[in-house]
Ligand binder design. Structure first.
Ligand code: COA
Length: 142
């Protein structure tokens, strides 16, 4: 697991998260917020999974929003996303942040549920890409 820049996330965001969407926007407004960390997985020098962790409250509790989870298509389902997710959660916990949340694509819900997240509230269409999403939340045990 490696810490990367916002710009380094762009190729995978484009290839994986914007492959079939009308919007090709790969810059998130939160990318440069204070405390934001971009984490990736590198295999033989190639970045193959990315994620962005934004300090942002959930309801009124200090929390981290996970954005832009993407694994290179050929490696999806091989455990890299899980590795990255668990690393980011451990990092949040060590910063004393006990809640991680995300607006998850419905197609990725099984992935989040397998990693201890629960669905919160009704589904909605994401404003940028128009795909069905649900809010997912995980409480990190101290
Ligand atoms: C969702 C995603 C980040 C998970 O990363 P990953 O490296 O594939 O995850 P892992 O290999 O650790 O976990 C595999 C689990 O994720 C789910 N999964 C696997 N491939 C998937 C895919 N193409 N799309 C969505 N979920 C997938 C399955 O539940 C799988 O569980 P299983 O192995 O028991 O079948 C990755 O599949 C991906 O980039 N998907 C497309 C983009 C996306 O939906 N990103 C999340 C936006 S909220």
């Amino acid at each position: 697991m490696v810490e990367i820049s916002a710009e380094e996330t762009h190729p995978l965001r484009l290839a994986v998260l914007r492959a079939t969407t009308t919007s090709k926007q790969v810059v998130f407004p939160e990318d440069d917020f204070p405390g934001v960390v971009h984490l990736g997985v590198s295999v033989e020098g190639e970045l193959v999974a990315v994620s962005t962790w934004v300090p942002r409250p959930h309801h009124d509790q200090a929390a981290v929003q996970l954005r832009g989870m993407a694994t290179a298509a050929r490696l999806q389902g091989t455990g890299l996303g899980g590795l990255l997710l668990e690393s980011g959660c451990r990092r949040a916990l060590s910063a004393d942040l006990h809640v991680v949340w995300a607006n998850a694509r419905d197609t990725a819900l099984p992935f989040y549920l397998q990693h201890g997240f629960r669905v919160e509230g009704d589904g909605f269409l994401d404003a940028t890409i128009g795909l069905p999403h649900h809010r997912v939340v995980r409480n990190l045990a101290p």
